[in-house]
Design a protein around this ligand. Structure first.
Ligand code: NAP
Ligand code: MG
Length: 398
C-alpha cells in the first residue's frame, strides 16, 4: 500500500506526561503506517520550554500562523509544585494562553458522541459545541474591599482629559466593589470566530448574555453580534440553511436542556467557563472532549480538552500498563488532517481523517474501550482494555 502524501506540513506541538506517551503511540500505530507524515515539530514538553525560556511556545504559534493548521498535545501549566518538580527557571505561563494571545482565537469544545455513552440529559442526541470568549470580564477584574462608609465611583478619563463618572454605591458600612472591562476588538473577533465556525460546520449558532440587566456592558455584546450578523453573515447563514439565535442567558440554559443538540453555544467568558464543564460532564467524559482554537487570522489548532493525565503518568512510571483513553487526542490529529486536506485540496488526507474517526467510533461501539468508558457505558457486552489493546483494535479496523 502506498502512503498518503502531504504537500504542506502540520505544526506539531508535543506535550507532557501521559499524553506525551499517547502522542507517540498514536503516531506509531495509527498514522505513520498510512501517511507520509509531514510536520514541523515543536517540543512543548515542560523540560524543553524551560530550556528555551519558553521561546518554543511562541515559535510554534508563529509557525501555526504560517502553515494554518496545528495539532497540540496537552501540556503542563506550571504551578509552584511543578517549578520544584522540573527545577524551572521561572513559573512559565500557560502555553495555551501564550498561543491564544498570538493567534487571537476562540476555543470550540465538542464531545465525541458514540452509541452506548449516553448523555445524562436524555434528549441530547447530537453534540453541543461550546464557544467561550477568552478575554476580559471577571478574569481581568480589579477589586477593592471597602473598609467602611464612603462613595464608590466608576471613572473614565479619555486621552483628551474628558472625564465620565458614575456613582457605583454610597456605602454606609463595609462592602466590596469590582471593576471589569472588555474591548470592542475582542468581542468582534469572538463574534467573527463564532459565525465563521457555524458556517464551516453547518450548525446553528446560539448566543446569550444578561442584556436586560446589564444595559450597556452585556448589551454591547448583543449589539456587536447582531450588527455583524446583519452586515456580513445573514445571507450566508440563510444560504447554508442555518440560524443565528440570540436569547437571555437564563433562557438559553433552560432551552439547552430541552434540545437534541447539534448547535454551537457561544458564551461570555464566565458563562463559558461554567457551562463548558456542565456540558462536558453531562456528555459523559472529559476523555471524549475535543477542542479547536479557531483564529480570525484563518488558522486552526486542534487538541484534546483534557490535561496531561498526571496520575496515570505516575502509575505508568511505576511500571503499570497504561489504560488512559487516547480518543480525544486521536481526534485532535484527525481534525488536523481533515482541515489540512480541505485547505490543500488533498482529498485522500481528508478521507484518512474521516476513516480514523470511524475506526475509533466503531471500535467503541463494538464494545472495546478503555476503563473510563466501560464505567459509564450502557451497553452490556463491553470489554475494558488497556491503551495498547485499544490501539490494536482501532488499527485492525483502520
Ligand atoms: P487531566 O489531565 O484532565 O486529568 C484529570 C482526571 O480526569 C484524570 O486523573 C482522569 O481521572 C481523568 N481523565 C482525563 N483525561 C483522561 C483520559 N484521556 N483517559 C482517562 N481518564 C482521563 O487534569 P489534571 O490531572 O488535573 O491536570 C494535569 C496537568 O494537565 C496539569 O499540569 C495541567 O496544567 C494540565 N492541563 C493541560 C491542559 C491543556 O494542555 N490543554 C488542559 C488541562 C490541564 P482518573 O484519575 O479518575 O482516571
Ligand atoms: Mg472551568
Amino acid at each position: 500500500m502506498s502512503k498518503i502524501q502531504m504537500s504542506v506540513p502540520i505544526v506539531e506541538m508535543d506535550g507532557d506526561e501521559m499524553t506525551r506517551i499517547l502522542w507517540q503511540m498514536i503516531k506509531d500505530e495509527l498514522i505513520l503506517p498510512y501517511v507520509d507524515l509531514k510536520t514541523e515539530y515543536y517540543d512543548l514538553g515542560l523540560k524543553h520550554r524551560n530550556e528555551t525560556d519558553d521561546e518554543v511556545t511562541k515559535e510554534s504559534a508563529l509557525a501555526t500562523l504560517k502553515y494554518g493548521v496545528a495539532v497540540k498535545c496537552a501540556t503542563i501549566t506550571p504551578n509552584a509544585a511543578r517549578v520544584k518538580e522540573y527545577n524551572l527557571k521561572e513559573m512559565w505561563k500557560s502555553p495555551n494562553g501564550t498561543i491564544r494571545s498570538i493567534l487571537d482565537g476562540t476555543v470550540f469544545r465538542a464531545p465525541i458522541v458514540v452509541k452506548g455513552i449516553d448523555p445524562v440529559v436524555s434528549c441530547w442526541k447530537k453534540p453541543i459545541t461550546l464557544a467561550r470568549h477568552a478575554y476580559g470580564d471577571v478574569y481581568k477584574n480589579v477589586e477593592i474591599k471597602v473598609p467602611g462608609a464612603g462613595k464608590a465611583e466608576l471613572v473614565f478619563t479619555a486621552e483628551d482629559g474628558t472625564v465620565t463618572k458614575e456613582v457605583i454605591h454610597e456605602f454606609k458600612g463595609p462592602g466590596i466593589i469590582q471593576g471589569i472591562h472588555n474591548t470592542t476588538a475582542s468581542i468582534e473577533s469572538f463574534a467573527h470566530a463564532c459565525f465563521d465556525y457555524a458556517l464551516e460546520t453547518k450548525q446553528d449558532l446560539w448566543f446569550a448574555t444578561k442584556d436586560t440587566i446589564s444595559k450597556k456592558y452585556d448589551h454591547t455584546f448583543k449589539d456587536i453580534f447582531a450588527d455583524l450578523y446583519e452586515q456580513e453573515y445573514k445571507e450566508r447563514f440563510e444560504k447554508a440553511g442555518i440560524e443565528y439565535f440570540y436569547t437571555l442567558i437564563d433562557d438559553a440554559v433552560a432551552r439547552v436542556m430541552k434540545t437534541e443538540g447539534g448547535f454551537i453555544w457561544a458564551c461570555k467568558n464566565y458563562d463559558g467557563d461554567v457551562m463548558s464543564d456542565m456540558v462536558s460532564s453531562a456528555f459523559g467524559s472529559l476523555s471524549m472532549m475535543t477542542s479547536v482554537l479557531v483564529s480570525p487570522k484563518g488558522v486552526f489548532e486542534y487538541e484534546a480538552a483534557h490535561g496531561t493525565v498526571q496520575k496515570h503518568y505516575y502509575r505508568y512510571l511505576e511500571g503499570e500498563e497504561p489504560k488512559t483513553n487516547p480518543v480525544a487526542t486521536i481526534f485532535a490529529w484527525s481534525g488536523a488532517f481533515k482541515k489540512r486536506g480541505e485547505l490543500d485540496g488533498n482529498k485522500e488526507l481528508t478521507a484518512f481523517g474521516e476513516r480514523l474517526e470511524k475506526a475509533v467510533i466503531d471500535t467503541i461501539e463494538s464494545g472495546i474501550m478503555t476503563p473510563d468508558l466501560t464505567r459509564i457505558c450502557s451497553n452490556k457486552d463491553v470489554k475494558a482494555v488497556n491503551t495498547k489493546e485499544f490501539f490494536a483494535a482501532i488499527r485492525s479496523r483502520l
